[in-house]
Every structure is written in structure tokens, then in C-alpha cells.
Design a binder for this molecule. Structure first.
Ligand code: PLP
Length: 362
């Protein structure tokens, strides 16, 4: 058994959901479980969270249908709505709520006969300029939606572009725009992602949409998940399978990108980009090694990530032996720290996990 493991913790998901709930002033809590539950497994995420949230957000109908076939009967929100008429009929039949982000989706609702009533949220482009109808079109589109049979306009939504950033000049303007539009039409609004849940309590509206915080990662570059009271949900580890003595001046791995500046001990760990560990993780990315004395010690990547292996510098960890477990991220090294070294975000690290590591769920 290779021993490359991905530990997934449902109690931690629940702790994080309760944290979101406590920060959200009575708003409905819709857990974002798109992209396979941020790489945790759609079914695992939904089953873990079902008693602690009011519904789930997914990016596409297939994800919603998967949840329904797993027996999830909670409200489901399709974040990008439907992509064509056939999906619209199916989504209505499955009782999904839809986001309507473009006029073509309003037209689809106008000309498609639905098997069941459907609840829709009109998505506004309040400044991010990704999905959403222009502010100038909101009133007319809301009137058209209200005139559709079987359609009820239940609210206005928007998404923050910068709520996680150190300098955020946009969120308050975005919030004001969605709030004004919702008030004009006498409906509630939904805007808050994880960053806004922490940072802008006034953005909670009638429904918050946390994602990354549920998965134990900080939305902010300058605050750790532990500081935010979040529990680790995703822990990746693998064993050491070989140890090499590398004389000063020799190099390690593909491209000889890491060179020993002193006589070094290099451990080979059974994980690589074929498992989802990022290939672009540079030398010096931290890992933690569990030594024979049961203590965790930090070490660092030395050389390029291969498909099935990485190499780490354990010169300063004399107790390290073959078989010792190495944590790539989780309790000892946060996923956010690894992401920062890799120039990416935890979202991507989570989503890139492949099927290969053995899943250990608790
Ligand atoms: C529309 C929408 N709402 C909420 C979220 C959750 O964001 P986060 O994971 O940053 O909390 C996302 C994620 O991308 C989203 O696309």
C-alpha cells in the first residue's frame, strides 16, 4: 500500500458551518459545494453539512442532480443558472433555484413551459463585470421575470470581486447597488461569500454563500484560518520511501533545479502532481515530517515535483527514517501557506486533487 492519504473531516466542516452561521445574523446559509465540494467530494461535503446549512450552491445542473440522486432534498441553487432549455425543464423538475444572469436566460424562461414552479434570483453586475445583468437593465428584466408563468423572482444576487483583498475599494459600492435594486423591487438580496461574512456583516442580506471558509481555509492573505477560528477539513500526507545522501554541489530531481550547498539528506516522499500536489510548488515550499520521537518537524521541498514523488531536504532532521509520514498540508502546514508558496490559492489546490490518494473520511 503506497500510503498517500487525503483525510477529510466532516466534523470540521460542521464546525466551520456553525462559525459562518454565527457571523451571519440570521441569514440563510447556503454552502457552496460546487467543483466536487471544493475537491472534498460532493457527496461527502453535502452529507457532512446537511444538518447545519439551509441549502447548497452548485455551478451546474449535473452537480445538483448528483446531490438529488444522493438523496439530498435540501434547496439547491444553480449559481450560473441553466445553459439551455432542456436543462431548464430538468432543473425545474428537480426543484432547483436558478440564478438568472443574462437576458438570454430571461428569454428562455419566457418561452419554455416548465413542469413545476421555479424560484429565480436575478444576478446583477455590480462592478465585477463577470456574470450579471447591467444595472441599467435590472428593472426591465425584473418586470419580465415577474410576468413569466411558473417563475417567482425571489431576490437579487451579486458577487464581490475584492472582499478578500487588503485594499478593497469596491465591495461597499457593490453592496449598495445590489441592496438598492432589491429594495426597489421589494425582494431580499444575497451577496456574501466567505470573505464578506467575516469582514462585512452588513452584507449578509437574506442569504450568505460561504465556500472556502467551510473548507477550513482563510479567504484573506493576512489572516490564518486558525486565527479566524476555522477547523482543518483537508489533510494531505504521504510516507517517505527513500533517503539519499547528496554531497555538496550535486543536484536533485528533474532539471537539476535544486543544488546542495552542503552535504545533504534528501528524502523521497510518495506523492506528486499525479496525486494533485502542485507541480509548480517551488523548492522551499514547507512540509512537516513526523519523526520517530512522535514530533512534527518542518522541512522543505528540494527540487522539482515529479508525477509520483517529491524530494524534501531533511538534513536538519537527523531522526528522519524511511516510512515516516510527511504532511503536505493540514494541521502542521496550512494549505494557505502552501498555496502562497505556489502563487495560487487553496481553492485551486483543493480542486486539483486527483482520485489517486486514498480518501480517509471521518
Ligand atoms: C456566486 C458565488 N457565491 C459564493 C461563492 C463562495 O465564495 P468563497 O469560496 O470565496 O466563499 C462563490 C465562489 O466562487 C461564487 O461563485
Amino acid at each position: 500500500m503506497r500510503g498517500t492519504r487525503l483525510e477529510l473531516r466532516s466534523e470540521s466542516l460542521r464546525i466551520n458551518a456553525r462559525r459562518a452561521r454565527a457571523l451571519s445574523a440570521g441569514a440563510e446559509l447556503f454552502a457552496m459545494v460546487k467543483a466536487d465540494g471544493y475537491g472534498h467530494g460532493l457527496r461527502f461535503a453535502a452529507q457532512s453539512l446537511r444538518d447545519d446549512v439551509d441549502g447548497f450552491g452548485v455551478a451546474m445542473l449535473d452537480e445538483a442532480l448528483q446531490l438529488r440522486s444522493d438523496g439530498v432534498d435540501a434547496p439547491l441553487l444553480l449559481l450560473e443558472g441553466v445553459f439551455d432549455a432542456a436543462e431548464l425543464v430538468e432543473a425545474a423538475g428537480a426543484g432547483c433555484e436558478l440564478i438568472v444572469h443574462s437576458e438570454w436566460q430571461v428569454e428562455l424562461l419566457e418561452k419554455t413551459s416548465l413542469p413545476a414552479p421555479v424560484r429565480v434570483w436575478l444576478k446583477l453586475d455590480t462592478g465585477m463585470h463577470r456574470l450579471g445583468v447591467p444595472l441599467t437593465a435590472v428593472d426591465a428584466l425584473a418586470v419580465r421575470l415577474r410576468a413569466c408563468g411558473q417563475v417567482s423572482l425571489v431576490g437579487m444576487v451579486s458577487h464581490f470581486a475584492c472582499a478578500d483583498m487588503l485594499q478593497d475599494a469596491l465591495s461597499m459600492l457593490q453592496l449598495q447597488r445590489v441592496r438598492d435594486a432589491a429594495a426597489r423591487h421589494g425582494v431580499p438580496f444575497s451577496a456574501a461569500n466567505s470573505a464578506a461574512i467575516f469582514r462585512y456583516p452588513e452584507s449578509a442580506g437574506s442569504r450568505v454563500r460561504p465556500g472556502i471558509m467551510l473548507y477550513g481555509s482563510s479567504p484573506f492573505p493576512d489572516r490564518t484560518a486558525a486565527e479566524l477560528g476555522l477547523a482543518v477539513t483537508h489533510r494531505l500526507s504521504a510516507p517517505i520511501i527513500a533517503i539519499n545522501e547528496v554531497p555538496a554541489g550535486d543536484s536533485v530531481g528533474y532539471g537539476s533545479s535544486w543544488q546542495a550547498v552542503r552535504d545533504s539528506r534528501i528524502a523521497v516522499v510518495a506523492i506528486g502532481y499525479g496525486d494533485g500536489y502542485p507541480r509548480h510548488a517551488p523548492s522551499a515550499t514547507p512540509v512537516s515530517v513526523m519523526n520517530a520521537d512522535n514530533s512534527w518537524r518542518r522541512a522543505a521541498l528540494a527540487g522539482r515535483v515529479s508525477m509520483d514523488m517529491i524530494t524534501i531536504d531533511v538534513t536538519d532532521l537527523p531522526l528522519t527514517r524511511i516510512g515516516d509520514r510527511v504532511e503536505l498540508w493540514g494541521d502542521q502546514v496550512s494549505v494557505d501557506e502552501v498555496a502562497q508558496h505556489c502563487g495560487t490559492i487553496s481553492y485551486e489546490l483543493f480542486c486539483r486533487m486527483t482520485a489517486r490518494p486514498e480518501r480517509i473520511t471521518s
